[in-house]
Design a protein around this ligand. Sequence first.
Ligand code: 5AD
Ligand code: SF4
Length: 485
Amino acid sequence: MILDKQIEEKILKMQDLQSPPEDETLRQYYFIGKCREYVNMLKDELKRTPTADVVTFGCQMNARDSEKIIGILEKMGFEIIEDENADFVIYNTCTVRENANLKVYGRLGSLKKMKQKNPHKIIALCGCMMQEQEVIEKIRSSYKFVNIVFGTHNIFKFAQLVYEQFKSQSMIIDIWKDTDKIVENLPSERKYSFKAGVNIMFGCNNFCSYCIVPYVRGRERSRKPEDIIKEIENLAKDGVVEIMLLGQNVNSYGKNLENPISFAQLLTMVEKVDGIERIRFMTSHPKDLSDDLIEVMKNSKKICNHLHLPVQSGSSRLLKDMNRHYDKETYLALADKIKKEIPDISLTTDIIVGYPGETEQDFLDTMDVVEKVRYDSAFTFIYSKRTGTPAAKRDDQIPEDVIKDRFNRLLKSVQEISAQNAGRFEGMTVKVLVEDVNEKDSSLVTGRMSNNMLVHFEGCKELIGSIVDVKLNECCGFYYMGQMV
Ligand code: 5AD
Ligand code: SF4
């Protein structure tokens, strides 16, 4: 990440060039400059600043990608708003489960109506769903009003694609199958002033049998540690106190770098950045979680007391079929080791119910893991068949009523356990990062404990972004009411 002033200087410099430069980052600065001319023309025509809205579906990777898109739109001269009536609407899509796709198609219907009223409106679609061939075919044939479609691998080209659209006025579709390219130093906006997500790697090599992510996000590639640290140092200079290191499987970070380093080593480097007070990361694959990482977490003053460790299923038989490379016993042993080494750590997980061939016994194994690990919270998902994945080809898909019943039993158990766990900090005084004024009561502020739980307490908006001591007076289910001390 470079500073905004430097980016601005470079964009202005690129504007004088007759043709786009070779260097990819500078090329995109050049196209941002070109788009500026169009946005200014539009501004004169509309007699107001053109607006843009980026709508994010899905995970934190997508949220981070949206910040990059917003950064570029701002540099082009758009005013960013949260309203789909904007002149430029971008859907950053997810496809991990089918209902994510259905949601996008549904909402495109309303965008079409808005576009009929605003002829200037530009609609762009990007993200994971666009990496699926049948989606592209459907958009090409039935959603002709969409202007720009791009995928996960060429998001850095956004400015260039917008420029092409301004020039040609026809539908631009640019999807890459994969890439090993990582383009650094593009503009980026941050949703929060005090916390930020930082990509440390892209893609996934694990090919869990149910999961579409490796097909839509491509092969695993790590950013160089020096680029990551530079970005974090600049964030710290800019007032950021909490960072979330992002990757599909952070535990395999750095393995394919020219000079390989481990995730544990990277964390040690991040820990040294002055000004950063809290470090989080997502997501850990149990098969790659090293003793070194546990050691680094244990000794760290900055790494948060929270580990998201997706189990997916408690059945060794299903885990093998899912290609997860661990079984029930090794997972339980790992969870035990982590809890022993880092007492009070908050463990959370992802669980899939209704994977093809799941028997009642397989399901009971999942319930058993939930009861033994006693997660602080768990995301529970109904298995969704994703075209192109090995699990989708199986003919032993589970009937809907059986899945619903298992899902409800699982949810009940997860919720009971997390409610029992939640109260364990009552009466304690803990560090809380203040994130916002309380939505319902403006005399309160809302902050997060190191273990990610929310706390509400009396305070003013000037506290946002600071870490304060709060006494946890009362646990109300999944959050605390407290008082600053
Ligand atoms: N069906 C249901 N849940 C899925 N996940 C990934 N693929 C699927 C699928 N096909 C869940 C996993 C993963 C989380 C991000 O989404 O639990 O950890
Ligand atoms: Fe999907 Fe498995 Fe990769 Fe996670 S580790 S993104 S579940 S393939």
